[in-house]
Design a protein around this ligand. Sequence first.
Ligand SMILES: C[S@@+](CC[C@H](N)C(=O)[O-])C[C@H]1O[C@@H](n2cnc3c(N)ncnc32)[C@H](O)[C@@H]1O
Length: 323
Amino acid sequence: MLDVYLPMMRCAAILCAGQLGLFQRLSRGEQTVAQLARGLRVDQASLTRLLAALRQAGYVQSSPSARWRNSQHTARWFTAAARVDYSAGLVWTAEAWTIMADLAEVVRRGRPERRLWDLLHDRPELGARFSDYMRAFAEHASPLIARHVVLPRHARHVLDIGGSHGLHSMTLCKKYPGLRATILDDAAALTCTLRLAKAHGLAGRIECQAGDCRTTPLPEELDAVLLYGVAHNHTAAENRRLFARIGKALRKKGQLIVHDYLPGAMPEDYRTLFDLTLLTEVGTRTYGLPEFQAWATAAGFGKLAVHHLDPKEMGTVLIGRRR
Ligand SMILES: C[S@@+](CC[C@H](N)C(=O)[O-])C[C@H]1O[C@@H](n2cnc3c(N)ncnc32)[C@H](O)[C@@H]1O
């Protein structure tokens, strides 16, 4: 029983800290529990118990003078001072937890009652939380992916399907000064995109197009199409159709750049649990290289170049050129 109970409570404590903004507050400097309780506007006695659980989990530490601080691990991954701040991931995972509570029903039914995208659409605040989490991931992954992306110097227009926050396109726009990007996603995922573009000095080079890529007409004569973290949200038949439409939207020698999580290329425990997440949230699954290659070949692309990112948890980049 402890096998289930202890990880559940440890996880609950860490997510709670994320929701309260506890790690961010401690990143300003050591604090007593009374100072911390005042700053977070929470009950001091309850906070004391939460801190004890977080210390046990290795997320905070206390000095002999009863002052609390973040552990090195927390400071590195869950504060604004970190190079990549995954705080938004804690807030999102607290939401995902409530979605996972439906797992037994999903397994009985064989699919979720409502897809994640429908939930995000209904509750805009949820859409913003999910995009924030994806942005944190992208801040981490974007430089690793961009290293493998080589566009011609004259490249002008990239379409970022399911691009959400748009950070991946912004990285490319910085690398290629003549490039502009269209971010195609559901309106619920585009709430922060233009603000972020402005903050990156790219206002005017990033535009948003709200829509469903399965039905929205795609722009033409594109130099590149990004499909990052999107194929695993579709059925195989939908991907086959989408690849064919992307093939038509690209100019000759244009590139389709996919980032995804492939069975066999990522750690097996992560893959198994990610597949269970996809079943619960969207009713889909991960796809392997042979499936991606088959859709690409049918759509007029050559052999896909394959780049596994390091570490393996960061996924794989596949690049196809239109013949
Ligand atoms: C896992 S997130 C990835 C976000 C971003 N590409 C990245 O890598 O950080 C998947 C995104 O695809 C979008 N998406 C899923 N299905 C879509 C569809 N049919 N049409 C447009 N966007 C879609 C979601 O709204 C979400 O923003």
